[in-house]
Design a binder for this molecule. Structure first.
Ligand code: SAM
Length: 279
């Protein structure tokens, strides 16, 4: 899979700790996948007690990701995708959507979950234009200086940087907006950022209460993260970027695929996303 002359994509042995929930496997459980363990499903069940439609939160996020990649691959000149926190392979992964529309598209996935790396590498054995790195996505320098990233992406040409469903799992001391600023500064003009995040609508009403209940369940689960942030906090994660229409909106409202006959589930009010362009 590694192009001739490029660095090896890590030969670290895979160790899977099935006693601890992992973000990637819990997300897989939300999406109805099979790559999860009892400890991961317990997190899903716990959040469902706070919000019975919780699985739709993950689906809103995933469908937003697919629509944004379709938009970028078909309507912009971006040919390079840096997908931070790619998750376990499921239907319609970033490289599949992008390369279907533009066979030249290059994708680097970054994810530090050993199960994601093992599955991803197996899936990509035959794909010379898609690669994996195990860097820490909350340490921009690690990603930006990563040998796999630099072997396959050209930072003098526009890049689409994805942080979809990731930053709400950041539990460190930094402002996530500052983390994003470091990424954005490294991107050339004409690049895009795609980002989605758990959202607290701060309406002091039903949806805000729902968001806070889910936040509490995620935070106090064996996974330990899932922060519902405010609009102001999430806007701060697009430093110096121009929003592509329709701006920062509920994920389900970002250019939906067609007319909506069914009512959106309540949890749809608790996840937002946007695409930003670097002028
Ligand atoms: N982006 C995909 C999507 O939206 O469908 C997957 C989102 S999933 C909720 C978050 C992913 O981020 C997981 O696969 C997890 O392993 C990865 N992740 C979390 N923290 C990370 C870190 N510090 N470094 C690298 N990957 C991380």
């Amino acid at each position: 899979m590694t192009a001739a002359g490029s660095p090896p994509e890590s030969a670290t042995p895979i160790h899977i700790d099935t006693s601890k929930a992992s973000i990637a496997r819990v997300y897989d459980a939300f999406l109805g996948g099979k790559d999860n363990y009892e400890v991961d499903r317990q997190v899903f069940e716990g959040v469902k007690q706070a919000a019975p439609e919780a699985a739709d939160l993950a689906w809103d996020n995933r469908e937003f990701l697919i629509r944004t990649i379709r938009f970028l691959a078909s309507q912009t000149n971006v040919r390079q995708f840096l997908d931070c926190g790619s998750g376990l392979p499921t239907a319609e992964n970033t490289h599949q959507v992008a390369q279907r529309l533009n066979p030249e598209a290059r994708v680097v996935y970054v994810d530090n979950d050993p199960v994601v790396l093992a599955h991803g590498r197996a899936l990509l054995e035959e794909n010379e234009q898609t690669h994996f790195s195990p860097a820490d996505i909350f340490e921009p320098r690690n990603v930006l200086e990563d040998p796999v990233v630099n072997a396959h992406l050209d930072f003098s040409e526009p890049i689409a940087l994805l942080q979809v469903g990731t930053l709400h799992h950041y539990v460190g001391d930094r402002d996530p907006g500052e983390i994003m600023r470091e990424y954005v500064e490294a991107l050339p003009s004409g690049s895009f950022v795609v980002l989605s995040h758990f959202y607290d609508p701060e309406d002091d009403g039903y949806y805000s209460e729902l968001a806070r209940r889910m936040d509490d369940r995620f935070t106090h689960s064996p996974m330990g993260s899932g922060k519902f942030r405010t609009e102001k906090q999430i806007r701060g994660m697009f430093p110096g970027l121009e929003f592509v229409d329709p701006g920062l909106v509920l994920c389900c409202d970002w250019w939906p695929d067609g007319p909506r006959f069914k009512k959106q589930p309540e949890v749809s009010n608790c996840i937002v996303g946007a695409v930003g362009r670097k002028p």
